[in-house]
Design a protein around this ligand. Structure first.
Ligand code: MG
Length: 271
């Protein structure tokens, strides 16, 4: 099993990076792994921590229409150059965290995506250099209020609600270039999305190189690489599971706005 890198909160409220062990305990690291964190002597057992998203980036740069069949299903062509937008770090949610269905929207979609975690300060990189700037990968769900996306010329509102960027459950250093990405709803056996990440139009290295011509990426920053075809709407009560071969699965439940009070009690950290 590939090493799994996690971020957790212990019962005192302290936040740690660590290595997820076979018995589900976490061996603590001295710092974020992309900042050179080294394994310490301390482990925290499964009952004594809560799993957080594996990173807390300074920015999340997302890419639209990076799979030809998905661009087509929304009536779009693949752009000649990567189409970039931001999601705010405040949108990040952990694996198993509830996601509030915002009252402003009548259509909220899942978008299963491969997320890249940047490993070095990156500015004006060539694609070859950019390949070395990738620290690792996790799973993302680029949750989108589709009606608001169509209504607004900028996507900030449609893509930026709290909870609209689940990441996790952990990060890994390497994945197969043709790893399968699948998204499942509830107990359905048939995936709603099922595509190899090799179907991407612009590769991870090309994306990082392109973005680094515009803005400096720093270690821990996250790039969402776009979703394959098969998007569809979610309802309150749905459970959405994004799986990527070689990483694992990211599971979140959609909750009514009236349930937000309970979510606040569950997630009171500043993480
Ligand atoms: Mg997307």
């Amino acid at each position: 099993m590939a090493q799994r890198y996690v971020r957790i909160q212990d019962k005192s409220g302290a936040i740690h990076y660590g290595l997820f062990q076979l018995d589900h305990s976490v061996l603590l690291l001295s710092d974020a792994p992309w900042l050179g964190g080294q394994a310490l002597d301390t482990a925290i057992t499964e009952t004594d921590y809560q799993l957080l998203a594996p990173c807390l980036p300074s920015k999340i740069v997302a890419v639209g229409r990076n799979y030809q069949a998905h661009a087509a299903e929304l009536g779009n062509d693949v752009p000649a150059e990567p189409l970039l937008f931001f999601k705010p770090p405040s949108a990040i949610a952990a694996d198993q965290q509830g996601i509030i269905y915002p009252p402003q929207s009548q259509r909220v979609d899942y978008e299963g995506e491969l997320a890249i975690i940047v490993g070095q300060t990156s500015k004006h990189l060539t694609p070859d250099q950019a390949a070395n700037a990738i620290w690792g990968y996790t799973i993302a769900n680029d949750i989108t209020a589709r009606d608001l996306q169509r209504q607004d010329s900028q996507w900030t509102r449609a893509k930026g609600f709290d909870g609209f960027c689940p990441l996790g459950p952990w990060a890994v250093r390497h994945i197969s270039p043709d790893a399968l990405l699948q998204t499942f709803i509830n107990e359905e056996e048939e995936p709603r999305q099922s595509s190899p990440i090799s179907d991407m139009v612009f590769s991870p290295a090309t994306l990082i190189s392109y973005i680094s011509q515009v803005m400096t990426l720093v270690p821990g920053d996250v790039i969402l690489t776009g979703t394959p075809e098969g998007i569809s709407p979610l309802s309150v009560g749905d459970q959405v599971r994004v799986e990527i071969e070689g990483i694992g699965s990211l599971v979140n439940q959609i909750m009514a706005p009236s349930e937000e009070y309970w979510l606040c009690l569950l997630y009171t950290s500043d993480a």
